[in-house]
Write a protein that binds this ligand. Structure first.
Ligand code: ADP
Ligand code: MG
Length: 688
């Protein structure tokens, strides 16, 4: 454990040990050795300018903004700040020489920078050449990049793990040694012959990290399987017949695919062997109702049921859905989340412990140590790909009444079935490969941002005459830069508000949980007609009346994410549409991604195309499909590494996941590996 002096902000990010920090890699590197002439700046590019201030003024439209005009010999650019002190405005004196570092957007008036960083003075070519390449880390409010950099530096000096794989394997897979790989990724590539090298996303360094992660997971999975083989779960027979009652109460008939999945799952639940099944189905295919049936079945067998969701917004929504369904069956649903008052939390925990509460829905607050069930028979994990193996294991380790619970996951992630079987090893899979009847395909349009006004017009018309809509703001990693994400959202809000007034509701990750819940509730109730949101609405949100989605700067999203977002519409009767707004110029890959979305809305097909499209080096850091329990590896991209990890585990481990004798690694090395990747601890949270 680190001594005092461990910044609180690191803890907030879930980084508690030096090794956690060492595996907390930069999102990107800022190269301050190059200067761009304004005339050559392209949209979306991260650049450094050396410019002179022409003017700085505070304007009030669309909202209080500090607008700074700058120029170099080749052209003019503007800087915009929504959050600033007057002293900052005063500092931009006319003629002052500054460096501007940030990401450009092209507007009609030339390149524009929202909240760029500014440094005083210009640098000579010699000084430029020696500028360090600075890593930029995912961070949180109040934790400065400089602090992370300093702490990483300390960890690199004292806590680099040793290489433990044989040189031969490293050579065969073309991998860098572990300590060097870690150091390289943090320190950023050095100058090579005067030319800056960027880091290859499929290079020997990243791949070494991935192999480490994959091996840790293989070992953890095998051990989990061993403990599962010994475990007993209650055989559930739904003597009260609650599942059948629920089926009769539903306002719709199950699709054939839903029926099949439910049969498979129900058969699992009647066994003493703990179920561990994944219900896989594209967005909107109707997985929730299968979860509800399983819950009813377990309740009808006298057991408690827990339903876990990755975000509070989704958990709240599941809570209200389950409450609706279960109230007809006479079951009350308890909600468990972070941030409850001490007394309230204790009260809810007690009702879970006493068995008074039979069905509890919540976030990962459900798997905290102080939550003890009287008789948990079934645990359901929605959007399970958002949770790590460690959390699934934590859930499974919940023992009560001398048994473990059956576990069912729901996910839209199209992992090829064969891969799921070999790789996930301990998982059964049911696929819902059919959508509820009457769904019209979502009409997708690609529209340039220059036509934003037309989009607004169409939106207003749509809101007046028909349904509700979502407007998703450009993806700026909220974790990386909450300030900028918020600024982008505020800007769009300021632009929409005059037209929409109270019909507009904003939702973003920085709002306190209660406000988020209230915002969502206003939208679900139909009071708000347009939900302007960041990607917090990406998973699970289900409001069938919302039939139009606008995504700003769609070119910046990954394919899987766009598909998930688009899946928020097309959930009810009637025609739904999705407008993908983009900014020119589009890169070739961005163009292809958008075209793919235009051409199909089949998640499996999109996953195939995504893989075909993603060349090496493309878009590190964009979360792709796969198991994000894998932080750095990707099931579809890294097949070669996965094969190695699976093969390694076959050769070195016995059926229970223990080292075979004669293995060329020591038990201590294996423990260090598992420890490094924090198996058994509560982490890998994709919390929003
Ligand atoms: P997902 O698979 O993405 O979790 P949901 O379970 O949220 O999808 O279902 C999407 C919508 O479809 C919900 O509004 C749900 O009530 C509805 N639905 C589910 N099954 C059917 C069905 N068989 N017929 C009609 N509507 C259905
Ligand atoms: Mg869902």
């Amino acid at each position: 454990m680190p001594a005092s002096g461990w910044p609180e902000g690191l803890r907030k990010l879930g980084l508690e040990r030096p090794i956690d920090l060492l595996l907390h890699f930069p999102l990107r590197y800022e190269d301050e050795s190059a200067v761009w002439p304004i005339a050559r700046v392209a949209s979306g590019q991260s650049v450094q300018l050396q410019v002179r201030v022409r003017s700085a003024k505070v304007v009030f439209r669309p909202r209080r903004t500090l607008l700074v005009e700058v120029e170099d010999e080749t052209g003019r650019a503007s800087l915009r700040y929504f959050y600033f002190k007057q002293s900052m405005a005063d500092d931009f004196t006319e003629g002052r020489e500054i460096r501007v570092i940030g990401e450009a957007r092209l507007s009609l008036a030339g390149p524009e920078f929202v909240h760029p960083r500014v440094r005083s003075g210009w640098l000579s070519p010699e000084a430029l050449a020696t500028q360090p390449m600075l890593p930029v880390y995912p961070t949180t409010q109040g934790l400065a990049q400089a602090t992370i950099r300093r702490q990483v530096g300390l960890a690199l000096e004292k806590h680099l793990p040793e290489e433990w794989l044989p040189e031969l394997s490293l050579a065969a897979l073309g991998l860098k040694r572990l300590p060097e790989a870690i150091e390289y990724l943090h320190r950023a590539p050095a100058l090579v012959g005067g030319v800056r090298q960027s880091i290859d996303a499929q290079g020997p360094e990243w791949n070494r990290i991935r192999v480490d992660e994959l091996l840790a997971q293989q070992i953890a999975l095998r051990r989990a399987r061993r403990s599962r083989a010994k475990d007993r779960a209650p055989a559930l027979n739904d003597a009260e017949g609650l599942a059948d009652q629920l089926i009769k109460l539903l306002p719709f008939a199950l699709t054939a695919a839903q029926k099949r999945s439910w049969q498979e799952l129900r058969t699992d639940l009647t066994q003493e062997r703990p179920a561990h099944r994944l219900i896989q189905g594209d967005v909107g295919s109707g997985k929730t109702v299968i979860a509800a049936l399983a819950a009813a079945h377990a309740l009808g067998s006298g057991c408690q049921v827990a339903v876990m969701a990755p975000t509070e917004i989704l958990a709240a929504q599941l809570h209200s859905k389950f409450s609706d369904w279960m109230s007809s069956l006479g079951v009350e649903v308890v909600f468990l989340k972070g941030g409850l008052g001490v007394a309230e939390r204790r009260r809810r925990h007690e009702s879970v412990a006493s068995g008074a509460c039979r069905l509890v829905v919540g976030t990962h607050a459900l798997i905290q140590k102080d939550v003890v069930f009287k008789n948990l028979g079934l645990a359901i994990v929605d959007e399970q790909h958002r949770f790590g193996v460690a959390q699934r294991i934590a859930l499974r380790e919940q023992q009560s009444a001398g048994h473990v619970a059956h576990i069912v996951g729901m996910s839209a992630t199209p992992i090829p079935r064969s891969l799921a079987m070999t790789y996930l090893a301990d998982l059964d899979v049911s696929v819902i490969d059919e959508r509820p009847p009457g769904r019209k395909p979502i009409q997708t349009r690609l529209v340039s941002r220059t036509r934003r006004d037309e989009v607004l017009e169409r939106l207003v018309h749509f809101l007046e005459s028909e349904g509700q809509a979502y407007w998703v703001c450009p993806i700026i990693d909220e974790k990386e830069d909450a300030e900028r994400a918020y600024a982008a959202l505020s800007e769009t809000e300021a632009w929409l508000r005059p037209t929409l007034g109270e019909k507009l509701q904003v939702l973003h990750g920085r709002m306190p949980a209660a406000e988020k819940a209230q915002a969502m509730a206003r939208f679900v109730a139909g009071e708000a007609r347009l939900l302007l949101a960041t990607t917090v609405i990406e998973v699970g949100v289900d409001v069938p009346a919302a039939r139009l989605m606008v995504i700003e700067q769609a070119e910046r999203f990954g394919l899987a994410q766009l598909h998930q977002l688009r899946g928020r519409v097309g959930r009810g009767q009637g025609q739904s549409s999705c407008i993908l707004m983009f900014e020119e110029p589009l890169s070739e890959t961005a163009r292809e991604r958008l075209r793919a979305l235009y051409e199909t809305d089949d998640g499996f097909e999109l996953a195939r195309r995504d893989l075909a499209m993603r060349g090496p080096g493309e878009l590190l850091g964009v979360r792709q499909s796969g198991e994000p329990s894998l932080r750095f590896s990707d099931l579809s991209r890294d097949q070669r590494l996965i094969e190695y990890a699976v093969d390694w585990a076959e050769r070195h481990l016995n059926a229970s996941g223990d080292l075979r004798s004669g293995a060329n690694v020591s038990p201590e090395q294996v423990e260090a590996l598992l420890n490094r990747w924090a198996y058994g601890r509560d982490r890998f949270l994709a919390s929003v």
